[in-house]
Design a binder for this molecule. Structure first.
Ligand SMILES: [Zn+2]
Length: 200
């Protein structure tokens, strides 16, 4: 997994130095944990960061970035609500297809997304359940990284402003328990602005 993190960072670095577009992104997301035999509800959170785009010809581009995001989910049991929240540094590497619509561009894309968890906590209506998460490979710990598949659909205006919907479907079983699984899904709505735009 360390090699994977390293190679994605290198890819991100190469993309950033050669980027024809550099921008900021921010939005709100609706996160859910898919837990075996449980029915979690959405946890609303925020995210923000920087995005880079490398053009690959007229119709294709590689989109990446570094985004600080909230994910997790909420679980109601025994008359109270538990909110499981993970904070993560997210590195998407999305292959995007661009469709010109007048002077604007519709973009759809997909690709791997790596989440590196920086912290996590359970905040419960029942304060006695409150706890912070530990990350590692031990029992009772959550995995430090989460590899998922990301998808994005957006509209970019000629002036560099864009709006997007994006989803991330986690492939990693986040806990270290053999039975059952915990996977993270996130759906987000965001806006952003490419303040640096290279030649077309
Ligand atoms: Zn509880």
């Amino acid at each position: 997994m360390k090699k994977l993190v390293l190679s994605i960072c290198v890819l991100l670095g190469v993309t950033a130095t050669q980027a024809q577009k550099l921008g900021v992104i921010g939005g709100v997301n609706f996160a859910k944990l898919n837990v075996t035999d449980e029915h979690f509800k959405n946890l609303t959170g925020g995210y923000g960061g920087v995005v880079v785009e490398q053009s690959l010809g007229k119709k294709f581009a590689l989109q990446s970035g570094l985004i600080y995001a909230s994910k997790g989910g909420a679980d109601k049991h025994d008359g109270h609500m538990d909110k499981f929240q993970f904070m993560t540094l997210q590195i998407p590497v999305l292959a995007a297809y661009k469709i010109p619509v007048g002077k604007n561009t519709v973009t759809i894309g997909a690709g791997p997304v790596l989440d590196i968890h920086t912290s996590g906590k359970l905040k419960s209506d029942d304060a006695s359940e409150n706890t912070t998460f530990n990350f590692g490979s031990g029992a009772g710990e959550f995995k430090r990284t989460d590899l998922g598949i990301g998808a994005v659909a957006g509209l970019e205006f000629k002036n560099g402003v864009f709006i997007q919907a994006r989803g991330t479907f986690g492939l990693t079983d986040l806990d270290n328990v053999a039975n059952g699984s915990v996977r993270s899904n996130v759906f987000g709505i965001n806006g952003g602005y490419y303040f640096l735009r290279g030649k077309k």
